[in-house]
Design a protein around this ligand. Structure first.
Ligand SMILES: [Zn+2]
Length: 275
């Protein structure tokens, strides 16, 4: 059986309550836990978390069992969208198999291949449903996109937000993050020219599921151009039951390790990696 190394990483989402606003339909309801990525896609072991809470406090948690998950979807939305996780899980296993069991293991900077008879419209919606859990504001800023996810029917993709795909190597630290319409701030002290504290800002990536074997991002079109990932937003043109053959050339990418404190992904740079 294919298995990846145990995941460790952080998610900067803080805790959310059991009753709240569903991130897929907007109803105030009792919420169910969304596993991001799906639990059976290797997201079932210990996972530490940290980052910024709603009141901008930095928190850092101990690894917990049960994987990365949070309260996000009402029961009808969970029932409607969670069946699509089967496609995500299927892809995760076939990519893990390619990463772990190939004689080329550890040598490839990209993964090239054809996926035959797969359902890309199902995979992208499973991933995006998880991303709405990470970035609840998507429902307000991009209601058409979230509706396209919820309904599962062929849709014209939104123009300004792009769904980006790459491969994260086995053993890469997992990061699950949501920072839609935010600004990442980095302060540094510059002693050399006597100017003192400097502040650097960067527009944030809306949602990040950097969780082997995939590195999945939702990012503004302008930001997307500077990321090494492959733009796969067009998969929304297919419905959840449509089969297709997909030719892919996916770069292998990873993030620098940040052991001392959680750092927003938008302040880091995705680097070429080998898998
Ligand atoms: Zn709902």
């Amino acid at each position: 059986m294919t298995s990846l190394n145990e995941q460790e990483g952080f998610r900067p989402t803080g805790q959310r309550s059991k009753v709240g606003r569903c991130t897929l339909c907007g109803a105030r309801a009792r919420l169910t836990k969304a596993h991001v990525p799906p639990k059976a896609a290797f997201n079932n072991r210990s996972f530490s978390w940290g980052g910024a809470t709603a009141d901008s406090q930095l928190v850092y948690g101990r690894p917990r069992l049960g994987g990365a998950n949070l309260y996000a979807h009402c029961e009808p939305c969970r029932v409607a969208t969670s069946p699509w996780d089967d496609e995500y899980i299927r892809w995760a296993y076939s990519f893990a198999n390619v990463l772990v069991n190939s004689p080329l293991k550890g040598e490839r900077t990209q993964i090239v291949g054809t996926l035959s008879g797969v359902r890309p419209g199902r995979f992208i919606r499973s991933a995006l449903a998880g991303m709405t859990a990470l970035a609840p504001k998507l429902l307000d800023s991009h209601p058409d996109l979230v509706r396209a996810v919820r309904q599962g029917t062929p849709s014209s993709p939104t123009d300004d937000l792009r769904f980006l795909v790459a491969v994260a190597p086995d053993g890469a630290a997992a990061t699950v993050e949501g920072a839609h319409e935010a600004l990442a701030l980095k302060m540094s002290f510059d002693d050399e020219d006597g100017s003192g504290w400097k502040t650097e800002t960067a527009p944030t990536i809306s949602a990040v599921i950097h969780f082997p074997p995939f590195s999945l991002l939702l990012a503004d079109r302008q930001l997307a151009a500077s990321l090494p990932h492959l733009d796969c937003t067009d998969w929304l043109n297919l419905g959840v039951d449509d089969e297709a053959n997909v030719q892919i050339v996916l770069p292998v990418v990873d993030l620098p390790k940040t052991p001392n404190a959680p750092v927003p992904v938008s302040m880091l740079r995705f680097a070429e990696a080998r898998a």
